[in-house]
Design a protein. Structure first.
Length: 223
């Protein structure tokens, strides 16, 4: 039986085209109304010269950064998404799984002023990956993570563990995706264990929603 991590990445192979269609048609309201702007503001406020977009998907954030004259590099484990990102933008985009990055199988560069992960840290054991990212940051650099807000998606079960996203309500053919739910304390512990200290925590919200649309963490290498 494949591990949830293997099924997770494999689900992106299956879902790549539906994901490209969903993002490029603006099908996800929370992104249009809140979370795209939230991560862009978090990135821009640090005035980075060079950004790594980890798990960049079809590359919308790379294109948004290019529009703002910020140089960026993308990396993603799915070849279809990487092809789409390359075709639609000018940033270099690497195909590599997170395991490939841990094993140093692919050279994606280093000395990034900022590394962002927008809804792309979905597996269980993120600490080794975060530690690898730590080593890719330039002095004064930062990590920006936007993720599902644990209090908004806990569904009455507030403990770390694998969940499944069925993409109900999305158009197209989707394969369910396993993803690892982590509590707020678990996110903060993972950052700490990987050598980061929290610089800021935001809970981007829509005025008409009672729940935050995401959790946005900015972390810096611990001095
Ligand atoms: C929800 S999508 C987000 C994509 C993009 N960051 C965005 O904002 O649209 C999650 C992305 O993480 C990538 N991903 C998930 N697990 C991965 C892994 N183990 N290695 C490489 N990429 C991975 C997927 O291929 C997918 O593109």
């Amino acid at each position: 039986m494949p591990s949830p991590e293997a099924t997770l990445l494999q689900s992106w192979q299956h879902n790549a085209q539906s994901w490209i269609d969903a993002i490029r048609s603006g099908a996800i309201d929370s992104r249009l109304q809140v979370t795209d702007q939230a991560i862009l503001l978090a990135i821009m406020s640090r005035q980075p010269e060079r950004v790594l977009d980890l798990g960049c998907g079809e590359g919308w954030l790379l294109r948004a950064l290019a529009d703002r004259a910020i140089s960026s590099v993308g990396v993603d484990g799915d070849a279809t998404l990487v092809d789409a990102a390359r075709a639609a933008g000018s940033a270099p985009v690497h195909v590599a799984s997170y395991q490939d990055l841990l094993d140093a199988k692919v050279d994606i560069g280093r000395d990034f002023d900022l590394i962002c992960a927008n809804f792309s840290l979905l597996h269980q054991d993120i600490i080794p990956l975060l530690a690898t990212l730590h080593a890719l940051l330039a002095p004064g650099g930062a990590l920006v993570i936007q993720t599902l807000h644990p209090w908004a998606v806990a569904g009455g079960d507030y403990q770390d563990g694998w969940r499944e996203e069925a993409f109900a309500g999305f158009k197209g053919q989707w394969q369910p995706m396993p993803w690892y739910f982590r509590t707020l304390a678990s996110w903060l512990n993972a950052l700490d264990m990987a050598g980061f200290q929290l610089a800021s925590l935001q809970e981007p919200q829509h005025p008409q929603s009672a729940l935050p649309q995401s959790l946005l963490l900015v972390a810096e290498p611990r001095r």
